[in-house]
Design a protein around this ligand. Structure first.
Ligand code: NI
Length: 185
């Protein structure tokens, strides 16, 4: 089932999300719905707050960019209760990001290249690993959503000011996108 994407201005995008356990109702179906929603909107990552749920759950599909990044062929993964444990601040890079909850906004964001993450997979197996490259960027963007942070929060100076006007338009529902959304009313 395709779920509507909650757009900027929805309070759920500003909350710290809560851990879940195996007993979370209909979790398998929810994960499938999140993948379906991600496919339909042609995104690479989706966090549960973006479908209105205040829980620590993220799906990432990098297979769709594997023409440009062959190392991510078949990379489709679910992250339950993920946390970024360490940021390796020795190297950063700057790349353009976008977000399904911020339609039409694309800005360059500086982030550390390497992070250590802990999470459970869909079988509730624990993982603790260092991640680099594009995946590390996507994880930082998605896991930020679980702490009420969106990528434009990382902007500074003039870019931040210019983006603010666009965000106000999103709150008012003045934007175009090809997928189903739930705007703050
Ligand atoms: Ni996002």
């Amino acid at each position: 089932m395709i779920l509507p994407i909650y757009t900027y201005g929805q309070p759920v995008l500003r909350k710290v999300a809560e851990d879940i356990d195996k007993d979370y109702p209909n979790l398998t179906q929810l994960i499938q719905d999140m993948y379906d929603t991600l496919d339909r909107s042609e995104g690479i990552g989706l966090a549960a707050p973006q479908v209105g749920l205040n829980i620590r759950l993220v799906v990432i599909n990098l297979d769709i960019i594997s023409e440009d990044y062959p190392e991510y062929k078949g990379y489709i993964h679910t992250f339950i209760n993920p946390y970024i444990e360490e940021y390796d601040e020795t190297e950063t890079d700057i790349m353009e990001e976008g977000c399904l909850s911020l339609p039409g906004v694309h800005e360059s964001v500086k982030r550390p290249k390497r992070i250590r993450v802990t999470y459970l997979d869909e079988n509730f197996q624990e993982h603790d690993e260092w991640v680099t490259g594009y995946l590390a960027r996507v994880m930082q963007h998605e896991f930020d959503h679980l702490d009420g942070v969106v990528f434009t929060d990382h902007l500074t100076g003039l870019r931040k000011q210019l983006t603010r006007a666009k965000l106000q338009q999103i709150i008012k529902g003045k934007f175009n996108c090809a997928y189903k959304v739930k705007v703050k009313r």
